[in-house]
Write a protein that binds this ligand. Structure first.
Ligand code: ADP
Ligand code: MG
Length: 385
């Protein structure tokens, strides 16, 4: 694998996906701008692209929700075909949503005609994104920030998602067990050991990701998108930051869960652990916590973080350069900032996909991007305006 090559989708085909009955779009490797009225299908298209990465995609939608509904008719499946130029060669990818039968609820994925796992897919392509829903990241609670961080982390560590799932599952079982009158301590030991095993890895992935992100922040030139100082709040994360080993952090977490049994039983949930960690972000130019920054400053910080993560991923020799999906990210930027964003995207080696309502929003991108008009699930290419 090489971190050096340009990566892009050269073709994407959809059938029965959201408002697309069928679509075949050829691309030439430049960045992609999609414009059109509200409800045209711009976000749907980049949501389709996000299905190439592990997890639920940029709307966190279930597979059936993405199947095309028409009148009273509900689609029974959807499919996505893509040709990915991986920096080296073309890869033919096919994803089919299985809504029935034994594979129900799963994505059946093929690369070059052979069945592929989610993790082999993520070795092939990394995808990061920014959506309007993320605007609440700094103003909201720790949950939103943790989700944001875990999404960035997943692009660095494809196993992050399965550790999170395993952790959550063990925690649910522990919580259920603690509701009983006399929970079996041996069972609790076992579940807590599993939580510690996965929890320590989750925390370590986060710490490494934040370190890579911060390093990328420092390397980015000063720009319209302000630098951030990042931190992590969480016991396990703090232990890793102090240089402790995986086994030490696992033991620490296990001891913590055992000590907390009574308290957690009363609270009817697990009160401490990596599922409660928080990402701390400070707006460097003002030194103010991101939560207190203005809405515009928060948006610019977020764009800066996504650009930094793209660079952080590019800096890793053994990871593919990422595709970057920016949904409605440019509408609220003044023309100078838009131009600065396009310049920064042009310096990246992965393809960027952007959406907005008006073609003029992307004028400064010019010939560095392909420009498409989207209308009612139909797409046509336009000259750069
Ligand atoms: N499962 C579905 N089947 C058919 N149409 C859908 C489905 N889900 C969403 N849509 C339609 O897609 C449109 C929204 O597309 P979207 O990509 O979010 O628009 P925008 O261009 O504003 O980003 C709406 O018209 C909505 O009715
Ligand atoms: Mg949209």
């Amino acid at each position: 694998m090489s971190g050096s090559g340009r990566i892009y989708l050269r073709r994407i085909a959809l059938s029965g996906f959201r408002n697309y009955s069928s679509l075949a779009l050829k691309l030439d490797g430049r960045h992609v701008c999609l414009f059109g009225a509200n409800g045209a299908g711009k976000t749907n298209l980049i949501e389709a692209v996000s299905q190439l990465s592990p997890g639920r995609g940029l709307r966190s939608a279930s597979l059936p929700d993405m199947a095309r509904v028409q009148g009273a008719e509900k689609g029974t499946s959807w499919a996505l075909g893509a040709t990915l130029f991986d920096g080296d060669i073309d890869r033919a990818i096919r994803i089919e949503a299985s809504l029935e039968g034994s594979t129900r609820g799963k994505r059946v994925m093929q690369v070059d005609g052979a069945l592929a796992t989610a993790s082999s897919m993520s070795d092939l392509v990394r995808i990061i994104w920014l959506t309007p829903a993320m605007d609440r990241v700094f103003a909201g609670g720790a949950t939103e920030r943790r989700k944001f961080l875990d999404r960035q982390t997943l692009a660095h560590f494809s196993a992050h998602g399965s550790h999170s799932n395993a952790y959550e599952k063990a925690m649910r079982e522990r919580n259920a067990l603690l509701e009983r009158d006399r929970p079996n301590p041996v069972w609790l030991d076992g579940l807590e050991a599993r939580m510690a095993e996965h929890g320590a890895r989750i925390a370590r992935h986060r710490v490494v990701t934040v370190q890579r992100l911060q390093a990328a922040v420092e390397l980015r030139p000063d720009s319209a998108f302000p630098k951030a100082d990042l931190g992590l709040e969480g016991l396990a994360e703090a232990a890793f930051s102090k240089g402790e080993e995986l086994s030490e952090v696992e033991t620490m977490l296990r001891d913590q869960y055992r000590e907390d049994r009574r308290r957690d039983a009363r609270a009817r949930r697990t009160l401490s652990g990596p599922h409660r960690s928080d990402l701390i972000v400070v707006h460097r130019p003002t030194g103010v916590p991101a939560a207190l920054a203005s809405t515009g400053q928060q948006k610019a910080l977020l764009i800066g973080l996504i650009l930094s993560n793209a660079r952080a991923l590019e800096a890793e020799e053994d990871l593919r350069n990422p595709l970057v999906l920016l949904d409605e990210a440019v509408a609220h930027l003044d023309p100078d900032r838009r131009a600065a964003l396009f310049d920064e995207l042009s310096a990246l080696r992965g393809q960027a996909w952007l959406t907005g309502t008006e073609p003029e929003l992307f004028a400064e991108f010019g010939e560095r991007a392909q420009h498409f008009s989207v209308s009612a699930g139909q797409i046509s290419e336009k000259d750069a305006s």
